[in-house]
Design a protein around this ligand. Sequence first.
Ligand SMILES: [Cu+2]
Length: 493
Amino acid sequence: MNPEPDSLNPTRRGMLTSAAALIGGGALLHPAHAQDPHAGHKLPAATADQKPPNTQAAVSTGKTEVFAPPGINYKPVITPNGMTLPWKMVDGAKVFHLVAEPVSHEFIPAMNDHTSLVAECWGYNGRIHGPTLEAVEGDRVRIYVTNRLDAPTTVHWHGLLLPSGMDGVGGVSQKAIQPGETFKYEFPLKQHGTFMYHSHHDEMTQMQLGMMGMFIIHPAVPEPNPPDRDYAIMLSEWLIEVGARRPDPNEMTDFNIFTMNGRAFPGTQPLLAQSGERVRVRIGNLSTMSHHAIHLHGHFFKVTDTDGGHIPEAGQWPETTVIMPTGSTRTFEVGPVYPGDWVMHCHMLHHVMNQMGHKFGNLIGINDTGLDKTIRKLVPGYMSMGATGMGDMGDMGMNVPANSLPMIGGPGQYDYITMGGMFTILKVRDSLPADGSDPGWFISPPGTVASPASEADLQRDGINPKAATTAPATAATHIVSAGRIKLGGCQMH
Ligand SMILES: [Cu+2]
């Protein structure tokens, strides 16, 4: 098995993207920190009026590419919206080539109701995030890293047991890889599981611009009963100001794009499975500041591994949500899976929105009748929002700057979906399209979709939608009230 794909000869793509490396470096320099330790973190992001720096570069559009050369003894991992890096065997070593370079990346593709959201990032091999590395415990890997950025970089192999000098921490374990240089990392793989790689030089800038990827190692002895499907998802967060082309790598708190494998819903590719299958999901989180609570509907799962290793079966318990600390991986197995469209999303609710602002006043319950008309005399085109929540924001047809999605979700089968960002769908079908394409929306069997209650239903079950809901006071509520009064009267307060 000697596959020699052209990604091992990366000159072609580099010709296209090297121009991008010349732009933006100035905006990314760290100013000397003043007395305020955070003073250096608030540089303005690039705005729409700055031309896209590398108009010639191919845009990374998140096409999924698995690498399955003949002779492998494992089921290859699938990276939705991502690719697995091809390798070749040379004298007993598995040889990979990563190229750190600027990448134009599409976070959300154009759809009927919006244009695409594309930004200038830093990644590997023309991708955000970098391609998934996949190998087998016991392999000797030789990983070349070519630096086509304008800044020095290194690569850290997160979670791997390796010689200290291969750990990839700039200044600690090696000299930084200067622009134009190619470094070689080489070590044996002593473990299996779900790991990651990422820049470990000017980490805040380089990781916040996208320099990270998954590193999957299969066991030396093939699993006796492997899951039917094996998915890898990297979580990350970004600040891309509305109308800007460059993620702001200096942001500390206010992120507005939350991604799975570099894509925000409605740009995320669904996970597919056939009814009754078992599915493995490997999640890594390299968000700058956030942990994420990844929740799957309609099923429970067990976390089987972290980046520290396998969890003995006695230590695994059923879950529907896994908390993903930043800087860690969690692998869970779910199944048998049931037919349907089952959403999988971060349960931190600001993380399931796109570029919407989060700093406006609370308008819930406000009577805004006439308000717009009054304000439009002063501000033409003014539209107040939020009196009944934000659910309508996505499909109200706001005029927004090009290359921006200041809305929340995307179109669904029945209605607008009021979630975006870190959101995807596990689509389980009795039979899937043979070409691996999206099967579309789930058609529920008759009688299994929530629907308006009929008059006959209401009468049969004695439900009166107009009945008062105020419960009559009981002895118990009086006791609670009495307790509160007593506490309120305490001398200490
Ligand atoms: Cu989250």
